[in-house]
Design a binder for this molecule. Structure first.
Ligand SMILES: C[S@@+](CC[C@H](N)C(=O)[O-])C[C@H]1O[C@@H](n2cnc3c(N)ncnc32)[C@H](O)[C@@H]1O
Length: 420
């Protein structure tokens, strides 16, 4: 295939470098604005990076040995300051105003969770542009130094026990995912092993890992869906993880969502707290295990949380109890179905939806409930900006971006809206 010489002039939504030849636009992963590169077209407006001919001033030497083979950390070749600048620009463009961005307190070993795929060759991340191949995560700089030892001991244990890795192409085999979760402020570690139907020697595995894991959870996913959770069959230790943010201890069930960069999550919580001020009734939509609800109880006379994961809601209730909080209640259900049934007025509503943003029914309900204040926390400012345009009668009062995921193009954004 013919190689093209491209000057990279921008970044696309997914963080790929964009270059043009005439009116044709090419998106090149691992290429950055300011680069001149050689790339081979691979269809649908994409091109594969072959060589950097002239490097952008923003380029740095990636620290990870797996860079560009592993599908994560696409921006590790960019200086951290440049990553922040590009993320800020994304939000500035979407909201047509100047935006501040809060850098992450840690840019290495900042994640508290990694979902490693298990294959015959390795335990790690799916290779860049490959559905079936796995790049070993030994040496990965995202979770913790201990994760290397966990991967090494796990591979040894699985081999000794002759436990076969799942083959995603043949749709056969046993071991599927190893999910390692850490409480960065509690020092706890929980490991979820996801397999197909069979017998996993969970006690022996816990013995092999020794002090590296406080709890091992074994779960079964026998479906064709390539997901890193399943039906829990057995566990050692407590079977959950605990993390502490801003003085509150959260119990997190094995497969429930929790903020992935806890160092930055503390800053996010502090920011939301300072923006909210005193309110009477607060609704926390998409509340998870009560992360925001419980952090904000001092500011409200009553807090109600809604979340679709019933296990997370059970944990949220328990978390309120464990932290001596008695003005928070939680409802399990989809936001779009539950919101219409919630009684009474709320003077503030916080929403923190998944990447897809708010369901149209949620937007309609927010317009009807019409609280004084809406705080919109989002890991996808594109859907966030769209949703906000559909909210009626609000003005944007404050906006601040947060870098939760260094070395990736993802940016978190919080917006404070006030009723006109
Ligand atoms: C970005 S997380 C935020 C969780 C929580 N606010 C926190 O900070 O830990 C989004 C949450 O929305 C939940 N969720 C996804 N779809 C939902 C829906 N339709 N209704 C209610 N909750 C939903 C997920 O289970 C997840 O806990």
């Amino acid at each position: 295939m013919r190689e093209l010489e491209l000057e990279i002039v921008a970044l696309d939504k997914r963080g790929a470098g964009v270059g043009r030849i005439g009116r044709k636009r090419y998106r090149v992963d691992y290429a950055y604005p300011g680069d001149k590169v050689l790339a081979v077209p691979i269809g649908r407006g994409r091109a594969r990076l072959v060589k950097v001919i002239e490097a952008s001033e923003a380029r740095v030497e990636p620290r990870c040995e797996h860079f560009s083979r592993c599908g994560s950390c696409r921006w590790q070749g960019l200086a951290y300051e440049a990553q922040l600048r590009f993320k800020r620009r994304v939000v500035e463009k979407l909201f047509a105003q100047e935006v501040g961005i809060t850098s992450s307190p840690k840019i290495w070993y900042y994640r508290n969770r990694m979902d490693f795929t298990i294959s015959r060759e390795a335990i790690g991340m799916r290779r860049y542009s490959s559905f079936a191949e796995v790049e070993s995560a030994e040496g990965c700089l995202l979770l913790s130094k201990e994760s290397d030892e966990i991967l090494r001991l796990s591979r040894k244990f699985f081999q000794e026990k002759k436990l076969e890795a799942y083959d995603i192409l043949a749709k056969k085999g046993f071991l599927r995912y190893l999910v390692v979760r850490e409480g960065k402020f509690t020092g706890q570690r929980l490991i979820n092993v996801v397999t197909t139907e069979g017998e996993f020697p969970v006690e022996e595995y816990a013995g092999a890992l020794g002090e590296l894991a406080d709890s091992i959870v074994w779960a079964v996913n026998d479906s064709l869906a390539d997901v890193s959770f399943g039906e829990i069959r057995a566990h050692t230790g407590e079977g959950y993880l605990e993390e502490r943010l801003g003085g509150i201890t959260y119990r997190i069930p094995a497969f429930s969502f929790f903020q992935t960069n806890p160092y930055q999550a503390e800053r996010l919580l502090a920011c939301v707290k300072s923006w909210l001020g005193s309110v009477d009734r607060l609704l926390d939509l998409y509340c998870g295990v009560g992360t925001f609800s419980l952090a904000l109880v001092d500011l409200a006379s009553e807090v109600v949380g809604i979340e679709e994961d019933a296990t997370a809601i059970e944990a949220a209730k328990l978390n309120a109890e464990l932290n001596d909080i008695n003005n928070a209640s939680f409802i399990a259900g989809k936001a779009e179905a539950t919101l219409a049934k919630v009684e009474g007025r709320f003077d503030a509503i916080l929403v923190d939806p998944p990447r897809a943003g708010l369901h149209p029914k949620v937007i309609a309900a927010l317009n009807k409930l019409s609280p004084e204040v809406i705080i919109y926390v989002s890991c996808n400012p594109y859907t966030q900006a769209e949703d906000i345009r559909k909210l009626e009668g609000y003005e944007l009062v404050k906006l601040l971006a947060f870098d939760m995921f260094p070395h990736t193009p993802h940016v978190e954004n919080i917006v404070l809206l006030s009723r006109r």
